[in-house]
Design a binder for this molecule. Sequence first.
Ligand SMILES: [Zn+2]
Length: 340
Amino acid sequence: MPASRVGSVQRPVALRETSPPAVVPLSPAPLMADKDDGGMTAWPPDARQAQPLVVSRFAPSPTGRLHLGHACSAMHAHDLARAAGGRFLLRIEDIDPGRCREEFVAGIMEDLAWLGLCWDGPVVRQSARMPRYAQALERLEADGLVYPCFCTRADIAREIAASAAAPHGPEGVPYPGTCRALLPAERAARRAREPHALRLDMARAIGRVGALHFLDVGAGRVAVDAAPFGDVVLARKDAPVAYHLAVVVDDAAQGVTDVVRGVDLFAATHVHRVLQALLGLPAPVYHHHPLILDAGGRRLAKRDRAATLADLRARGDDPRALLESLRAGQLPIGFETRLA
Ligand SMILES: [Zn+2]
């Protein structure tokens, strides 16, 4: 029997299950007492009484069929909500018109239905929410925290090669900041005629929000350090929003209290916490689970057909048995997990 552990997400649900909802603490005490973020911390105790105690979500991009890693993520999010009598939401992260396809949206719902993981309420699609992201961008821009970037990939690579020692950040070498230094007149003129991305002035943003923390159920209270990301893109040249901003705006708009996702997104939480603070949005509790790897120790990708749920179904796997073994920490033969 394969014995690799799924590394189940720790669930602080016992409290939530056994206590009457109105008096259940919504987060561990240390964060409740967190006063170092200018009053922008997530949980004034009365702010969530109008909604279920636990709202989790599964938020895939329709760029391919779901694989075993998605099943694990969706299952953790689903079980967390169900155990607490909360809500489990489905959000389709389809902001990338070049890579997202309608057939994969249908595939996501088909695969979840096959697994028996039912979501609550309507499916939210990011492609339908562009005005909300634009509002958030306007607010950040009005605060002087956003600037247009006209660089091509080649421009950025050239700039990085020319600089002495570019430190590596969580998303590779951070943007060297070329366009941050443009004079207002040039910036305005070029903005009117050139395609551009919008970037967050990270140093200024960090100065604005001060010291922050986020709560990860596995890692505990984590001090935010978003500086290594540099000036992240908030709106892309080819799409009116980028991942970091959309996810933060949507989690808040949907009242998500608990974000369950792969540990590959752990680092991004630093950026997300800064954006939450800048926009005055609540911070969810994070549950980062280990990634599932294939027999060669590689991360599962949507291009690996062998690992898709559609394939497991096609070969006759029993979805109930699959979920039960995942819940018990067992993976099918040929897969393993890693916290990296
Ligand atoms: Zn630039």
